[in-house]
Design a protein around this ligand. Structure first.
Ligand code: NAD
Length: 435
């Protein structure tokens, strides 16, 4: 295990230039979004590198005894971006595509998201490079426990609080809780969110990201004098975020015309039976061959005939190649970083409204915040309180972004970043530098 600090040092730019490693497209995209807004903000330039550098990045090796007796070593990461506003908070992802650049970029996005919805958290992200679908339950558990023990020095209820992300769920969070608690000698509910409700999780956490997307989309539609019954929706990704988003919109009268998972999806212009598709996906692990619609590829889903497109799978799915062919008039980002900066520009020129990830998918971390508060208090809320408080926070965030976009004459992403980066910059300025 070794700890590195990936901050860039502006005092020696030439030396840095020569040795600087090439970064992934996603990392570059995340920094482009930040830079684009930072330049317009009239902020003291000395804070630029502080705001764009992760505070701490930990890389760990996790040797795991596999079911066949072999020992396999998995690589894991935890990146903590900026903690000026409070303990670090962010998801834990299990996927073959996980990389150091990806978790650093996602941790930065999480900092802006937490600030935008005004939660007292900094941003973090973790991940393990693994093919989730090929691990047995036992292998998954041993991997989670070993990873937890390796990142133990930097996580904790007042340090850094992981949560589910792509490829992880409440069961993984339960193992993380148990491992941490065994090592400190007492049950520590505040160390992780997205836990099962019987282990101190919050009611309403599982559907929270989808519910937050629904809240934000409803507010946006109201600005257009529309409701859910006026829209046809396509949702890419049918995991935690995609499924609950589709289910909640369908239940409120929207017509969900297309859904997809990694292997492909289905289209039905009269509307898909989301509950039946959910059951099918749970049992089969794929949507291909689901009888309630025509088979489509993920590329076809992105450009299908619909009013609202909700990318809820992975980053970089809406590229400059795809963007010109998108027919939806609204893109509501459920995934983190699904739209590349170039595609974002093209969509803007085409008059497509983009509701940015740091606003629209912030419902998950918001209910994670409620769960953390409940765990620290040992006092648990009912579902109505969770849903009402979530709606209040999501609507307030939308109103602030909408007002900023009106005032500055800019798109929603620029408005959201301006608010979020401004809040983090102000916290950094007030705290000053240590020592
Ligand atoms: P998940 O693992 O539950 O589901 C992911 C879904 O996307 C699956 O249906 C999978 O088949 C599909 N998918 C994966 N790669 C794909 C590809 N290349 N093309 C099309 N579909 C693909 O993950 P999740 O928790 O729903 O997270 C999805 C996205 O939302 C991620 O970007 C995650 O960071 C973001 N997010 C999640 C939460 C949360 O609370 N879980 C909160 C905020 C943001």
């Amino acid at each position: 295990m070794h700890m590195t600090n990936n901050g860039t040092n502006q005092l020696t730019p030439k030396k840095q230039e020569a040795t600087k490693p090439a970064h992934s497209k996603f990392w570059v995209n995340a920094h482009q979004y930040f830079d684009r807004v930072f330049q317009t903000m009239n902020l003291d330039q000395t804070w630029r590198s502080v705001l764009s550098s992760p505070k701490r990045v930990l890389t760990v090796s996790c040797p795991v005894r596999m079911d066949d007796g072999r020992i396999q070593v998995f690589t894991g990461y935890r990146a903590q971006h900026n903690g000026a506003r409070g303990p670090f908070k962010g998801g834990l992802r299990y996927d073959p595509s996980v990389s150091l650049d990806e978790v650093m970029a996602l941790a930065m996005l999480q900092t802006w998201k937490n600030a935008l919805v005004d939660l007292p958290f900094g941003g973090a992200k973790g991940g393990i490079v693994c093919d989730n679908k090929k691990l047995s339950v036992g292998e998954r558990e041993r991997l989670t426990r070993r990873y937890t023990s390796e990142v133990m020095p930097i996580i904790g209820p007042n340090q850094d609080i992981p949560a589910p992300d792509a490829g992880t769920d409440a069961q993984v969070m339960a193992w993380l809780l148990d491992t941490y608690s065994m090592m400190v000698g007492h049950q520590e509910l505040g160390v992780v969110t997205g836990k099962p409700v019987v282990l101190g999780g919050s009611v309403g956490r599982e559907e929270a990201t989808g519910r937050g997307i629904m809240n934000v989309l409803r507010k946006f539609l109201a600005t257009q004098n529309k409701t859910f019954t006026d829209i046809r929706v396509a949702v890419q990704g049918f995991g935690n975020v995609g499924f609950h988003t589709a289910r909640l919109l369908d239940a409120r009268g929207a017509t969900v015309v297309a859904i997809s998972a990694k292997e492909g999806g289905i289209y039905d212009e009269s509307g898909i039976d989301i509950d039946a598709a959910g059951l099918y996906y749970k049992e089969q692990g794929v949507l291909t061959d689901f009888p309630g619609g025509d088979a489509i590829t993920n590329e076809e889903l992105l450009v299908c005939d619909c009013d609202v497109l909700i990318p809820a799978a992975m980053e970089n799915t809406i590229t400059e190649e795809v963007a010109p062919h998108i027919k939806a008039r609204v893109v509501c980002e459920g995934a983190n970083g699904p739209t590349t900066p170039k595609a974002d520009e093209l969509l803007g020129e085409m008059g497509v409204t983009v509701l940015p990830d740091i606003l629209s998918n912030a419902g998950g971390v918001t209910v994670s915040y409620f769960e953390w508060v409940q765990g620290l208090d040992n006092y648990f809320w009912n579902l109505k309180r969770v849903q009402d408080e979530l709606q209040r926070i999501m609507e307030r965030a939308f109103d602030e972004v909408n007002a900023k976009a009106d005032e500055a004459g800019c798109d929603y992403r620029t408005a959201a970043y301006t608010i979020a980066v401004g809040r983090v910059a102000e916290a950094c300025r007030l705290k000053g530098l240590f020592p």
